[in-house]
Design a protein around this ligand. Structure first.
Ligand SMILES: [Fe+2]
Length: 440
């Protein structure tokens, strides 16, 4: 009964939102009936640039799973001149020289691909020991990568910190790496990196994806990443084929065959629930994808044993950039859920400005969650926000978020290392409160 009631309420809200869209965005109505999201045929891929064809094995990327204490995903690509199959060898990291004879071997799964020069591979290491360093390499007897070291998560609540990067999109090769490198040089103990989409500008550009993976370099082989697609990972309604070839994120449960799979997911990491929402799938008021994700996230928030909750979504609920409009479905459907179920942070991109703010009651009391929008590349817009407490424009930024037992510390940092914005959320016996701090 309760679920039916919520569904009816959600439907009513959605109809209202649709009416708002009809009035405010007539161009949406002229669009043809929305097609289901699907993977792109790769026949329209551009020819890879010459520099892509020299490596034998590259783009070795770690991704988080639903169980980061005991498993981890590994993706890579290999030159077609190497024999099949490819595998992963791994072992608990020894202090002395690594003896490959003592390593376990796991066959990798070859992904479907029509690349001329490369195969793409994926495997998930399972039954790992929590809080343990493992060494691994990928390849086969023809050619092995170097050995990398990774660290599994703890299987209980334990403080940790992460790095959050907003849209890259432009300046991927020329100016984004300085932000990325500064972030990791300053915070080498960060457990993983989180991207909120628009990793590239053109979803099917082999050159831009090449630049992105080149910029990640070997860091992506020793630190896991999670990401959601932005609108620039979609070519109209088709997800870039580079996405599923290179990334394996936690499954969209319970229906792993859903087109949202690998773009909407959740995982719990040492006492924090992270939920990745695919806002592009809802664009144009797609009823099915919107309600589907609404019910999905509601259930994840209702059954959440964690102390802290973070949602990352590409599009902003409340717009903070000139020329961008509010997303009514996020404001009217999802934002009330976030408040009802005590979500702490909403990490966003899309606007290409910096904004941080909270919804306020009539009595001007600030409510959780804190909404943050940021970008790390060189595409910028002018800021235009009536909701943000802190705004910035024409800044490349990265964010460092530290999760403690009783407090969460958030910092937004410039290319020179200056703290542009920061705040702390503390827990007390009455719940959580946000303590604002002036920028340094
Ligand atoms: Fe963007």
């Amino acid at each position: 009964m309760r679920t039916a009631k919520y569904t009816i309420i959600a439907l009513c809200l959605l109809i209202y939102v649709a009416a708002v869209y009809v009035v405010t965005t007539p161009s949406l109505l002229s669009a043809s009936s929305p097609a289901r999201l699907q993977s792109s045929p790769e026949s329209d891929l551009k020819v890879p640039p010459p520099e892509e064809t020299v490596s034998l094995i590259d783009r070795i990327i770690l991704t988080l799973t639903n169980h980061p204490a005991t498993s981890i995903g590994i993706q890579w690509r290999s030159n077609k001149t190497l024999k099949n199959p490819q595998l992963v060898q791994y072992l608990p990291t020894p202090e002395s020289e690594i003896d490959p004879q003592t390593a376990k071997s796991v066959l990798a799964q070859k992904k479907k691909s029509t690349d001329n020069s490369f195969e793409h591979w994926q495997t998930t290491l399972t039954s790992l020991t929590p809080e343990t360093s493992y060494s691994y390499r990928v390849g086969n007897q023809d050619h092995w990568s170097e050995w990398f070291q990774l660290m599994t998560a703890a299987d209980h609540n334990k403080p940790f910190n992460i790095l959050f990067f907003g849209d890259i999109q432009e300046g991927i090769k020329e100016q984004w790496p300085r932000i990325f490198r500064n972030a990791w040089l300053t915070h080498p103990d960060a457990s993983f990196m989180l991207f909120v989409g628009d990793l590239v500008n053109k979803p099917d550009s082999g050159t831009e994806w090449h630049d992105f993976f080149q910029s990640l370099g070997w860091l992506a082989s020793i630190k896991p990443m999670v990401a959601i697609p932005g609108d620039h990972e979609y070519n109209d309604k088709i997800l870039s084929p580079f996405w599923n070839k290179h990334f394996q994120f936690p499954a969209y449960e319970p229906d792993t065959s859903c087109p949202l799979n690998n773009t909407a997911y959740y995982f719990d990491y040492q006492g924090i629930r992270f939920i990745a929402l695919n806002t592009y799938a809802m664009r144009g008021l797609k009823l099915k994808e919107t309600l589907q994700q609404y019910q999905w996230i509601k259930q994840l928030l209702e059954n959440n044993p964690n102390n802290w909750t973070v949602v990352f979504q590409h599009e902003e609920a409340w717009s903070s950039a000139l020329g961008k409009s509010d997303k009514h479905h996020l404001k009217l459907l999802f934002a009330p859920l976030y408040e009802q179920y005590n979500v702490d942070l909403i990490l966003q991109g899309d606007s290409h400005v910096y904004s941080r703010g909270q919804r306020k009651t009539k009595e001007n009391q600030r409510l959780l969650p804190v909404y943050i929008s940021s970008s790390s590349g060189t595409k910028f817009r002018h800021s235009s926000s009536n909701w943000a407490d802190r705004q910035g424009e024409f800044l490349q930024l990265y964010q460092h978020i530290s999760f403690g037992n009783n407090q969460l510390v958030f910092k937004s940092i410039t290319a020179t290392g200056r703290i542009f914005d920061q705040f702390t959320i503390k827990t007390d016996s009455r719940g959580k409160s946000v303590l604002q701090k002036p920028p340094s």
